[in-house]
Design a protein around this ligand. Structure first.
Ligand code: ADP
Length: 239
C-alpha cells in the first residue's frame, strides 16, 4: 500500500513565507542600522558638535519615520490577509472620489510639474467602501506622480463594463515592462528598488491595493498605454 501526497502547494507556501520574512528583515535592516549607528556616534561625543549633531539626529528621525511606514503597511497587509479589515459598502460616485484624490495629491503633482486630469462621467457609481476606494486611488495616483518624469500627464478615467465600473489611473511615463506586469502587485516587488526606497516607497503599496480591492469584491490590473505609459485599473461592482 502506498500513500502519495502532493506537497507542491505546501512547499510553495512555505517558500513564500520564507521569502517574505527575508524581505521584511532586509527592508528593516537599513533604517535600524542608521538609527543605531547615529545614536552611538552621538553618545560617543558627537552630541556636543553643534554642526554634526543635528545632521545625525535628522537622519535618525527620517529613518524612524521610514520604520513607521513599513510597520504600518505590514500591519495593514496582515489585517487584510487575516480578513479582519472591516469594510463598509455603499453607493459611491466615482467622479467625486476622484476629485478628492486629486486634491489630496495636487501639491505633489505641482511640485513635479505634472498635470492631473479627471475625465469621469458624473453618472458612474460603484458599490464599495468609500475610504478603501480613496486609499486605492491615492496609491495609484501617488505612484503615477512618483514614477513618471517631470511634466507628465496623468488622467483618471472610468468606464462601464457590464455590471462593473473600471476606474483607471493612466500616465505617460516609462510604464511597466511586459515581463514584470504580473509580478507588480506582489509584496516588495519593485522595478528599481533603490529608486523606490529613495522616494520613501515601502514596496507594499500595490500589494495592499490588490488585497483591499479583492476584499471589496473587485479586481486590479495594469496594462500598457500607447505610445508610452501604463494604466493601473480596478473593477468594482456597479451601483
Ligand atoms: P513602492 O512605490 O513603495 O515602491 P508599490 O507597491 O506602490 O511600491 O509599487 C511597486 C513598484 O511598481 C514601484 O517600485 C515601481 O517600480 C512600480 N510602479 C508603480 N506604479 C508605477 C507607474 N505608474 N509607472 C511606473 N512604475 C510604477
Amino acid at each position: 500500500v502506498a500513500v502519495l501526497r502532493d506537497v507542491t502547494t505546501m512547499r510553495r507556501l512555505e517558500r513564500m513565507r520564507q521569502d517574505f520574512v527575508a524581505n521584511v528583515s532586509h527592508e528593516l535592516r537599513t533604517p535600524i542600522s542608521v538609527v543605531s549607528a547615529n545614536s552611538e556616534t552621538l553618545l560617543d561625543g558627537a552630541l556636543s558638535d553643534v554642526e554634526f549633531a543635528p545632521k545625525l539626529i535628522k537622519a535618525v528621525h527620517r529613518n524612524a519615520e521610514r520604520l513607521t511606514l513599513i510597520v504600518n503597511d505590514l500591519l495593514d497587509l496582515s489585517r487584510l490577509e487575516a480578513g479582519s479589515y472591516s469594510l463598509l459598502s455603499g453607493r459611491v460616485q466615482v467622479a467625486r472620489i476622484a476629485e478628492r484624490v486629486v486634491q489630496s495629491l495636487q501639491e505633489k503633482a505641482d511640485a513635479k510639474g505634472s498635470k492631473v486630469e479627471i475625465d469621469i462621467d458624473a453618472s458612474l457609481a460603484v458599490m464599495t467602501d468609500e475610504a478603501a476606494l480613496f486609499q486605492v486611488l491615492v496609491n495609484y495616483l501617488e505612484n503615477a506622480i512618483k514614477y513618471t518624469p517631470k511634466g507628465s500627464t496623468i488622467t483618471l478615467i472610468a468606464s462601464r463594463r457590464k455590471n462593473k465600473i473600471r476606474t483607471e489611473v493612466r500616465d505617460n511615463g516609462p510604464g511597466i515592462p511586459t515581463e514584470y506586469r504580473n509580478r507588480i502587485f506582489e509584496r516588495f516587488f519593485r522595478i528599481d528598488p533603490g529608486r523606490s526606497r529613495e522616494m520613501g516607497g515601502t514596496g507594499l503599496g500595490l500589494a495592499i491595493v490588490k488585497h483591499l480591492v479583492e476584499a471589496m469584491g473587485g479586481r486590479v490590473g495594469v496594462q500598457e498605454v500607447q505610445p508610452t505609459g501604463c494604466s493601473f485599473w480596478l473593477d468594482l461592482p456597479r451601483a
